[in-house]
Structure formats: structure tokens, C-alpha cells
Design a protein around this ligand. Structure first.
Ligand code: F6P
Length: 359
């Protein structure tokens, strides 16, 4: 008997169901002595032993369905070693569930935080195979994560819609795109949507540069300016602060998010009317795009192969277009940032897109 525990952890994204379907179909076409334990709401289900027994039928018809049939939750890695309110040791509890159910392996779908805990469980002796999910595409060790392309499509569609209304008004429009630490979604959606200014956490901006770009566009007869701004975009001034100081500053910020702070500054420095659009969680919602369905199916099938071969301790990844495996210890705790020097940024600058850093 092959006993598999499965969970989805952290913020959800499109194609989680497609990936799980890939894993289960991949295993069940080769073996029929399989038991699948679906843990509810991520690591929480593993800690507290909340699961349901699933059959291959439960994974049918979910290729196009957004969200996750297992539910998810955020269980911060830094709190994993901290006992819960009742004094429960969470790591020991997860191990207890695993051994009690006599599992052969855990299939874990998640992003950065999830991978730190997955690696911890590996170090504790559990068999783990992980799949790379997150709209942010910031997982180290893989060129792509599922959810990313779907989120880019949605953010791009938002910018497209703003474009048509922008052409009717002489205004500045700010679209705030998801991504607190990294700007992959903003960079791609910004270019795809034809944004004039793109602000990323990796390239600190100068508000004077932004104002100058807007004024120059006005002088050149352009009626509007569109900014694609990552949630974690940061000014050059704030980038000089220590992490703790910046966190304290953010906690006291009077604005709900960066878009509102920028809007006020742009209004003051350019005298232009500014409008804000925050697509927020729509970027994680709905059906996965075709790319994500294919990619999630491929990584799901690869995970099935690893499990059937009893190759554990890996994240399934994409490198140079090929689906491969990367040791979990290499992935855990590392982020894949946008490289400010990459050709992508240079090409965008070549066609006149400003990153708010220089004129
Ligand atoms: O990590 C994915 C992500 O969608 C980020 O881009 C975003 O900043 C964050 O999650 C939002 O998290 P939550 O759903 O917990 O508000």
C-alpha cells in the first residue's frame, strides 16, 4: 500500500488543483493500491490531524478550478518551533500525524515559507516532495511557479482596462500589483500592459524622477501616465533605512498601501489628478490560464514519478524549459528576486519605460 499525505499551504493561487490532479493521476495510472490523505488548511491539518481520505475521483474535474480543494492557511515558519496556545509542539505533532497514519510521503504545494517548513520536516526524517506554487514567482531554484502566469494575465487585463479610460482623461493612474518582496508580476504585467512607469521592490524609486517623467509626458502631448506599482515598491530614502526602522515606519504610515502614498506625492508635485486601482486578490482568483494548467500538470506528473521511484527530499522545478528536481535544502530560505541589471529591465528601459530610479 502507498500512503500519501497531501497539503496546500500559504496564500492560494491558480492551478493548485491542477497540480494535485497531476500528482494523483500520475500515481494512480501506475498503481491502484494508493491511499490519499488530504490535510485541511495546510500545515494546520497536519498539526491537528484534520484530514479526509480522498480517492482519484476527488481529483477529477478540477483542472480548471481555482483555489484549492484542500483549503490553505498561513502557518509562519518562525512560529513552527513555538508551542501553540495549549503548549503543543507543532513539529512533533506533525511527525506524530505522519507516523500514526503510516504515510510513505507528504506532497506539499507551497511557496517560500511553506518550503522552509517542508525542509524542516525533511530534516526531521519525513519523506517529502514539494511543488512550486505562488503567483509571486519568487521561489529560488525554479524558473517558474504555477499561479504566476495567471496572475500576470489578470494584472495585465486590469492595466488594459485602465488604458481605455485613461485615454479619455488627463490623469495619472496607479495600478498596485501584488508582490511585497519581489516584483516579477508587476514587471511582466507592466510591460504587457504598456505601463509608462514600473516600480519594483528591487529598484528603489525617487519621487522627483517619477514627477519629471510625468511632466515630460505631458509636455510631449501625452494625456495620461500609467504606473504599475508593486505592493512592496520602496523609495530610495526608505531603502536606506534598517529593516526594523522601515517596518516601524510602515506601521505608522497613514496610507493603506504604497499606491495611496504615491498618489498624494504625485498630486502635490505634478498637480495632476491621480486615480488608484488595486486588483488585490483578484490576481489569485479564478480559473488558471492555459500555461498554468500545462505547467501544473507537468510538475504534478514529475512529482508522481519521484514518489513512485521513492525519491524524496526534492522540489519539482522548471529549469531551462525542462521539468526537473531540486534538493529541498537548496531551495529553503532563498528568494528569487528581479535582478535590476537583467536584460528584461534593460530592454524595458530601451523602449522608454521608467523604473523611477533615473531619468
Ligand atoms: O505570496 C502571495 C501573495 O499573493 C503576495 O503577492 C501578496 O502580497 C500576499 O500573498 C497577500 O497575502 P494574503 O492573502 O495573506 O493577504
Amino acid at each position: 500500500m502507498l500512503r500519501i499525505g497531501m497539503l496546500t499551504s500559504g496564500g492560494d493561487c491558480q492551478a493548485l488543483n491542477a497540480a494535485m490532479r497531476g500528482v494523483v493521476k500520475g500515481i494512480c495510472t501506475k498503481r491502484d493500491d494508493v491511499e490519499i490523505y488530504g490535510f485541511q488548511d495546510g500545515y494546520k491539518g497536519l498539526i491537528y490531524g484534520n484530514f479526509s481520505m480522498l480517492t482519484p475521483k476527488d481529483f477529477s474535474g478540477i483542472l480548471t478550478r481555482g483555489g484549492t480543494i484542500l483549503g490553505t492557511s498561513r502557518q509562519p515558519f518562525k512560529l513552527m518551533r513555538v508551542p501553540d496556545a495549549d503548549g503543543l509542539d507543532k513539529v512533533e505533532a506533525m511527525k506524530h500525524t505522519y507516523y500514526k497514519l503510516n504515510l510513505n510521503c507528504l506532497v506539499i504545494l507551497g511557496g517560500n515559507g511553506t518550503h522552509k517548513t517542508a525542509n524542516l520536516l525533511r530534516e526531521e526524517g519525513l519523506n517529502v516532495v514539494t511543488l512550486p506554487k505562488t503567483i509571486d514567482n519568487d521561489l529560488w531554484g525554479t524558473d517558474m511557479t504555477f499561479g504566476f502566469q495567471s496572475a500576470v494575465d489578470i494584472a495585465t487585463d486590469t492595466i488594459d482596462r485602465i488604458h481605455t479610460t485613461a485615454t479619455s482623461h488627463s490623469r495619472v493612474f496607479i495600478i498596485e500589483v501584488m508582490g511585497h518582496k519581489v516584483g516579477h508580476v508587476t514587471l511582466h504585467a507592466g510591460i504587457a500592459g504598456g505601463a509608462d512607469i514600473i516600480l519594483l521592490p528591487e529598484i528603489p524609486y525617487d519621487i522627483k524622477v517619477i514627477s519629471d517623467v510625468i511632466q515630460k509626458r505631458t509636455k510631449a502631448g501625452k494625456k495620461f501616465t500609467i504606473l504599475a506599482v508593486a505592493e512592496g515598491a520602496i523609495s530610495k530614502e526608505d531603502a536606506k533605512l534598517k529593516k526594523k526602522e522601515y517596518k516601524e515606519k510602515l506601521a505608522k504610515r497613514k496610507y493603506p498601501s504604497i499606491a495611496y502614498e504615491l498618489a498624494e506625492q504625485i498630486q502635490q508635485t505634478t498637480d495632476k489628478e491621480v486615480r488608484i486601482t488595486v486588483p488585490g486578490h483578484t490576481q489569485r482568483g479564478g480559473s488558471p490560464c492555459a500555461y498554468d494548467r500545462v505547467f501544473a500538470t507537468r510538475v504534478g506528473a514529475k512529482a508522481a514519478e519521484l514518489i513512485l521511484n521513492q525519491e524524496y527530499g526534492y522540489m519539482v522545478a522548471m529549469r531551462d524549459g525542462e521539468i526537473t528536481k531540486v534538493p529541498l535544502e537548496e531551495v529553503a530560505g532563498k528568494l528569487k528576486y528581479v535582478d535590476p541589471k537583467c536584460s528584461f529591465i534593460q530592454e524595458a528601459k530601451m523602449i522608454g519605460i521608467s523604473f523611477g530610479d533615473e531619468l
